[in-house]
Design a binder for this molecule. Sequence first.
Ligand SMILES: NC(=O)CC[C@H](N)C(=O)O
Length: 222
Amino acid sequence: MKAAVITFPGSNCDRDLAVALQQAGSEVTQVWHKDTALPDGTDLVAVPGGFSYGDHLRCGAIAAHSPIAGALRDHAARGGYVLGICNGFQVLTELGLLPGALMRNQGLTFICKPATLRVATTDSDFTSGYQGGQTITIPVAHHDGNYQIAPEGLAELQDQDRIAFTYAPAINGSVADIAGVLSANRRVLGMMPHPERAADPALGGQDGAAMFSSLIGGLQHA
Ligand SMILES: NC(=O)CC[C@H](N)C(=O)O
């Protein structure tokens, strides 16, 4: 299993994400935003959190036009796995790899705290390590985490069981309390909470570890 973690100027969770992936058994290469190709044999591209390009224009908007963006788009088009966390989720919506948009939090404040999430589907290689309906605690740290999508898009996500996580209780105004969504082929996951910040007991929680271990373990035994 080979993962590539992209670093943009302003990324701040790229190393944490690389460590979480390594601890779960993945080989990890760090890829710079100015690169135009991914390492050969990359199974998973991980797009980390942070403030890429200073969140200028809109969170994730400039990263979606960065030199590495074409390789990321091609990887997803080939059916490769993509995980976008927080700013990474914003980048994936800006790229059109996931539907919807992340808007300013309803209360207009930066929210930084442990959030309680409900696992809304276990039908993906990212979430199969959880129990359906299980509640887990994962930190959030964002000002633009308010997920919005038009009613027909929401109906599609619900009909296709593509809502991965919801907030329980609500924290930022997201429609249907959505914290993370899957692509139609279930290979792309975007989520605002940070599982890499809760993947080791030394970090104060390990509810995020099951995501990395089920994804990487599953791919190694595939
Ligand atoms: N932790 C993050 O990735 C933050 C994402 C983005 N800069 C926001 O505040 O919404």
